[in-house]
Design a protein around this ligand. Structure first.
Ligand code: FAD
Length: 630
């Protein structure tokens, strides 16, 4: 029997970003004994890095805003491949989740009359992002952590134990979900510092592990984002949906090389910043696609007037959804109109007074001064696309966040469907709160229905999980760092922002080779803090997830949102009806299937003009719409 530390809970939440914390708060408030586990320090998650804000149609900056408008913008941004029920729940519930944060103690920036201020962002028709300067994620995490501490204090008053109902396990990585008779029974992991194994028994596990960006060379993501939750779900028997859709944010830093990929928030453009090429041209006017013509300005004069008078002017094309802007920058660079270090110029210095820039964008000012010795109040930034967010993810039920595996839930970036083929900025923070809460409720209802019959962990499965985790100590022929670097470079080059059939096939060949070599990946030393060992364990997750990305990227022979095929440059209505689903077959090999996209309800379809729907929907869908429903 494996020597390990054992814990017993009702719910285990894996991940302490916004989704995990909101799920844990809900689970605890529903009376469940809840463990929060995170790979890094508590408070160090992507959520804390979020800059721009939380999208919610509170209507503070423009009272015409409504959940219906937010829903429409989200569906347009996702090019109508979003799970419509998720997009509906998100648009309806986001304002409540933001107001609720205020009751937990969040301090948002205010309008002159004292309401929560809301700023413009790409793809949002009205100013919609509630913000705290450009440090919104920090405030969100601070507030959720504060709520957790207050719940622990309540528990202490009642039971004498702060951690009796809600405990945080930080710097602990989960490597396997354990099941019994097909249902979740617990999770297995290790303390990163000591290497000691830990076993959690619990009938419900909520995955809130965030993204996959560390599989790509140029990324805004930090070291934790190795697709663990996606891979844990796959191995537990759940499926992933539309993994080809990866968001390359248009504006990452391009210089100096050590910081390449670090994010430059979209708020720079939302607050008036413009993109120029080496010829000084505001090139985005040349890249407005047909589906968005009519909503974006044709001239610089009109675009500039929009900031003061949005009612009577159209939006600047710099505020198109991210996929469009990223492709445009990519093309300018490819055609040689690039800045000195291979990006384009993002200029706010000639657009706003210096003191306003330092007030509205303090982190950006600091980031460029410290890392690139650029003063953004006096000179433009150099920017280019960076791998930022994964729209694909664990397939879940919209209302409960349940996966197909009894007891397994997923929320936040690790879950798929909500954002379709492309996420709008600001829609992640709101997604975390809306679906984090729903996952907590879903898990509570599941546990209530179980009664006393909880699945028991089999010791053989624990021994197997320990055996797998220790494998890298047995063979030292392949170095995990070398494999990781090869993977990142190839994913960037072959399955990156622009894809071609031959290159994606080459990537799949590369993955076969890496899979083989990963079997003999080895590390030296002991289990005590051993980053090489940690990476060796993360590698199997990255390899599984990258295979899903590449298989789906090869299969989808169209360009839509975050997936651009040079050999199939247009959006094809035939593909609007198809989700690509990855799961593991009986031999543990990734297989890809087609599945129909959930139908959009008639009342939701009626929120759009028919002429707009005709740009996206298939003929049978349009015929159904015209006949008044199914
Ligand atoms: P995360 O916040 O990513 O947290 C994941 C958690 O899972 C972490 O605690 C991690 O340690 C843990 N974890 C992972 N694997 C394991 C494992 N195996 N075992 C244990 N724990 C594990 N979105 C917006 O809406 N607005 C913005 O302004 C915005 N700005 C952004 C700026 C940057 C620089 C970045 C990178 C992203 C930004 N985003 C923004 C996107 C948004 O921040 C993320 O999508 C979101 O925070 C993800 O939240 P999450 O709760 O799903 O996961």
């Amino acid at each position: 029997m494996t020597d390990l530390e054992r814990h017993d809970y009702d719910v285990i939440v894996i991940g302490a970003g916004g989704a995990g914390l909101r799920a844990a708060i809900e689970a605890r408030e529903q009376g469940l004994r809840t463990a929060i586990i995170c790979k890094s320090l508590f408070g160090k998650a992507h959520t804390v890095m979020a800059e721009g804000g939380i999208a919610a149609s509170m209507g503070n900056a423009n009272e015409k805003d409504s959940w219906q408008t937010h829903f429409r913008d989200t569906m347009r941004g996702g090019k109508f491949l979003n799970n419509p029920r998720m997009a509906e729940l998100h648009a309806k519930e986001a304002p409540m989740r933001v107001w609720e944060l205020e009751t937990y103690g969040a301090l948002f920036d205010r309008t002159p009359d004292g309401r929560i201020s809301q700023r413009n962002f790409g793809g949002h028709e009205y100013p919609r992002l509630a913000h705290v300067g450009d440090r919104t994620g920090l405030e969100l995490i601070r507030t959720l952590q504060q709520k957790i501490v207050s719940l622990q204090q309540e528990d202490h008053r009642e039971t004498g134990d702060y951690e009796g109902r809600l405990r945080v396990f930080q710097e602990l990585t989960v490597t396997d979900i354990l099941k019994s008779d097909g249902a979740v029974a617990g999770a297995f992991g290790y303390w990163r510092e000591s290497g000691r194994f830990v076993l959690f028994s619990a009938p419900a596990v909520i995955l809130a592990t965030g993204g996959i960006g560390k599989s790509f060379k140029v990324t805004s993501n930090s070291w934790e984002y190795t697709g663990d939750g996606h891979a844990l779900a796959l191995r537990a028997g759940a499926s992933l949906v539309n993994m080809e859709f990866i968001q390359f944010h248009p504006t990452g830093m391009v210089w100096p090389p050590s910081v390449k990929g670090i994010l430059v928030t979209e708020s720079v453009r939302g607050d008036g910043g413009v993109l120029r090429n080496s010829e000084g041209k505001r090139f985005m006017f040349d890249y407005v696609p047909d589906v968005f013509r009519g909503q974006y300005a044709d001239t610089e004069e009109e675009a500039d007037r929009w900031y003061k008078d949005p009612e009577n002017n159209k939006r600047p094309p710099e505020l198109l959804p991210r996929d469009e802007v990223a492709r445009a920058i990519n093309n300018e660079v490819k055609e040689g109109r690039n800045s000195p270090h291979g990006g384009v110029f993002l200029d706010v210095s000639t657009r706003l007074p210096a003191e306003e820039i330092t007030r509205r964008l303090p982190s950006m000012h600091h980031q460029f001064k410290e890392l690139a010795d650029v003063d953004i109040t006096a000179e433009p930034m150099e920017v280019g696309p960076t791998c930022h967010y994964v729209m694909g993810g664990v397939e879940v039920d919209a209302d409960t966040a349940a996966t197909s595996v009894p007891g397994l839930y997923a929320a936040g970036e690790v879950a798929g469907g909500m954002h379709g083929s492309n996420r709008l900025g600001g829609n992640s923070l709101s997604d975390l709160l809306v679906f984090g809460r729903r996952a907590g409720v879903g898990a509570a209802e599941y546990i209530a229905a179980l009664g006393d019959s909880r699945p028991a962990i089999r010791e053989g499965d624990v021994d197997q999980a320990a055996e797998t985790a220790l494998a890298p100590f047995r063979d030292a022929s392949e170095n995990p760092y070398t494999l990781h670097q090869e993977l990142q470079q190839k994913m960037n080059d072959l399955v990156g922002i622009i894809r071609r059939e031959g290159e994606v096939r080459e990537a799949l060949g590369m993955l076969d080779d890496l899979d083989e070599r990963a079997k003999s990946v080895g590390v030296e030393g002991h289990r005590q803090f051993n980053p090489g060992w940690h990476l060796a364990l993360d590698l199997r997750n990255m390899l599984a997830v990258c295979r899903c990305v590449a298989l789906a990227a090869l299969e989808r022979t169209e360009s839509r949102g975050g997936h651009t095929r040079e050999d199939f440059p247009s959006m094809d209505p035939k593909w609007r009806g198809i989700n690509l689903i990855c799961s593991l077959d009986d031999d543990g090999v990734v297989e890809l299937k087609h599945q129909p996209v959930p139908e959009i309800r008639q009342d939701l379809l009626e929120l759009f003009e028919r002429t707009e729907l005709a740009k996206y929907l298939t003929e049978p869908e349009l015929a159904r719409l015209d006949s008044g429903g199914p």
